[in-house]
Design a protein around this ligand. Structure first.
Ligand SMILES: [Mn+2]
Length: 429
C-alpha cells in the first residue's frame, strides 16, 4: 500500500500557484525584515511544528441527537489512517495519529504500526475510554469508572487503561491520555470528596504501570456527560491530581473544556510555571461545546494561547514538551477538510505568536507601558502569515491550497465507491 495521493497530483496542483505564492512570500519577507524578523527563520519553525490527528476525527461525528454519515467516510482504523495520511500529505503538519481504544482495537498492533509508517504516519498519545460500555464488558460504567463506588468497576477501568499502555508501547506511543466522564447529575448523588479519593486511588494504579519514559495526561472537563458535578472538572482539580500522582502525570488542556470566557492562556502560563503543562486538545467553542473547528470562532484566543506556548518554549523551566492534538467533532463538513482547515489555523496561530517582538513586549511590560504591550501582540496578530504556511507546506511536498488540492483529488468520491456505507447511529464521535 502506497501513499493515498501521488506526488505528481500535488505537484501539478501547486505548479500554477507557485509564482503568486513566491510573490506574496517575498513581499511579506520584506515587510517582516523591516521589523527585524527573518521570514526564513519563522518558516523553519513552522516547518518543524506538528499537531496530532485524532483517529476518530476522520469519521463524521454527531451530536447526542443524531449523526449524518457521508458516503466514503472511514469505517475502521485502517481507513481512518488512510484519511489521516491524506491530511498529512497535503498539510505536512499532522504526521501522527492519536488512537482511541476500544474504538481502534485490532489483532496485530505491530502490523498497524507498520501500516501507519507506510502511510507516512506515527502514533501519538493513546486515549482510553471508560465513558461508555462495550459489548461483552462484564461491568457497567453507568455510575462511573475510575471513581465508581464498586471496586470491581474501578478495577476494570484501571485494567483497560493499562491495556491501552500496552497497546501504545507496541505502537510507539509515549503517553496515555485519561479523560473520564465520571460525575453526577444530582446534588447528593455522590460524595464530592470521596469520589475524588477514588479517582486518585485508581489513577495511582494506572500511574504505577507507566513505562519510565511515558507520561500520563489528565484531561479535565467542566461538564458533560455529568451536568451537576464532574470529578476532574477544572485545571485546579487536574493539577492537584497530577501533583499528587507524580512527575510523569501532567495536565492536558482541551480548549473547549472550560467555563465560558475563562482566560485559557493564563491557565497555560500557570500550568507551565509548575511543570505540569502536558498537552493540548485543539478545537473551538461558542457556548458550552467543545467540538467546533480550531480557530473558527475565536482565532484571537488561539493566538493568545500560542503566545503563552511560545513563551514556554523560550523559557522551558523544568522542560516543555506538550502533546498537541486536534480534538473536534466534524458533524457537517468533510472531516478531511475540517482537519486541513484546523491544522492551518493552529500552525497559523503558532506562526503569529513567533512574530511577537518579545523584546518590545518585555520592555513595555517592565515599564508599565500598557498600550505598547498590547500593540506588541496586536502587530503580530494582524500579520497575514498565510504565505509562510503555504511556502512551508509546498517545500515539504504538501499543497499550497490544501482544501482545493483535496477536492481536485476526488478522494472522497473514490472512497464512496470502495468503502462500505456507515449506518445511521447515535451521535458522539
Ligand atoms: Mn479532548
Amino acid at each position: 500500500m502506497g501513499l493515498p495521493l501521488t506526488e505528481e497530483a500535488i505537484a501539478s496542483h501547486n505548479a500554477p500557484r507557485h509564482e503568486a505564492l513566491a510573490d506574496e512570500y517575498d513581499s511579506l519577507g520584506r515587510a517582516l525584515a523591516r521589523r527585524g524578523v527573518d521570514i526564513a527563520a519563522v518558516k523553519a519553525k513552522v516547518a518543524g511544528f506538528s499537531v496530532a490527528l485524532p483517529s476518530w476525527g476522520s469519521g463524521v461525528g454527531g451530536t447526542r441527537f443524531a449523526k449524518f454519515p457521508i458516503p466514503g467516510e472511514p469505517t475502521n482504523i485502517h481507513e481512518k489512517l488512510e484519511d489521516c495520511a491524506v491530511v498529512q500529505q497535503l498539510s505536512r503538519a499532522t504526521p501522527r495519529v492519536s488512537p482511541h481504544f476500544p474504538w481502534d482495537f485490532v489483532d496485530d498492533y505491530d502490523g498497524l504500526r507498520q501500516e501507519a509508517a507506510a502511510l507516512g504516519l506515527g502514533f501519538d498519545a493513546v486515549n482510553s475510554n471508560t465513558f461508555q460500555d462495550q459489548p461483552g464488558q462484564p461491568r457497567s460504567y453507568r455510575h462511573g469508572s475510575l471513581t465508581s463506588t464498586d471496586a470491581g468497576v474501578r478495577a476494570q477501568a484501571v485494567e483497560h487503561n493499562i491495556e491501552c499502555i500496552e497497546i501504545g508501547r507496541k505502537l510507539g506511543s509515549q503517553a496515555l491520555t485519561v479523560w473520564v466522564g465520571d460525575g453526577t447529575n444530582f446534588p447528593g448523588q455522590q460524595s464530592l470528596g470521596a469520589s475524588l479519593d477514588r479517582y486518585l486511588d485508581s489513577a495511582a494504579d494506572i500511574y504505577a504501570a507507566l513505562p519510565g519514559d511515558w507520561r500520563m495526561l489528565l484531561e479535565h472537563k467542566m461538564f458533560e456527560p455529568a451536568f451537576y458535578s464532574t470529578v476532574i472538572s477544572d485545571w485546579g482539580s487536574s493539577i492537584l491530581a497530577a501533583q499528587e500522582l507524580g512527575p510523569k502525570a501532567q495536565c492536558l488542556v482541551d480548549l473547549g473544556h472550560h467555563a465560558p470566557n475563562v482566560n485559557i492562556e493564563q491557565i497555560v502560563a500557570r500550568l507551565h510555571r509548575f511543570g505540569k503543562l502536558g498537552g493540548f486538545h485543539f478545537n473551538d467553542s461558542k457556548y458550552g461545546d467543545d467540538d467546533l473547528d480550531s480557530g473558527s470562532i475565536n482565532p484571537h484566543q488561539l493566538f493568545l494561547v500560542f503566545n503563552e506556548l511560545v513563551e514556554a518554549e523560550l523559557n522551558p523551566r523544568q522542560g516543555f514538551n506538550p502533546a498537541y492534538m486536534i480534538d473536534q467533532s466534524h458533524n457537517v463538513t468533510d472531516p478531511i477538510e475540517s482537519m486541513l482547515s484546523s491544522a492551518e489555523a493552529i500552525v497559523g496561530a503558532y506562526a503569529k505568536a513567533l512574530l511577537v517582538d518579545r523584546e518590545a513586549l518585555t520592555a513595555a511590560q517592565q515599564s508599565n507601558d500598557v498600550m505598547m504591550g498590547f500593540q506588541a501582540l496586536r502587530q503580530a496578530y494582524r500579520t497575514d502569515v498565510t504565505p509562510i504556511l503555504a511556502m512551508a507546506r509546498a517545500e515539504a511536498g504538501g499543497a499550497i491550497d490544501a482544501i482545493a488540492a483535496y477536492r481536485a483529488s476526488g478522494w472522497r468520491e473514490r472512497k464512496a465507491q470502495q468503502r462500505k456505507p456507515v449506518g445511521l447511529g447515535a451521535g458522539i464521535v
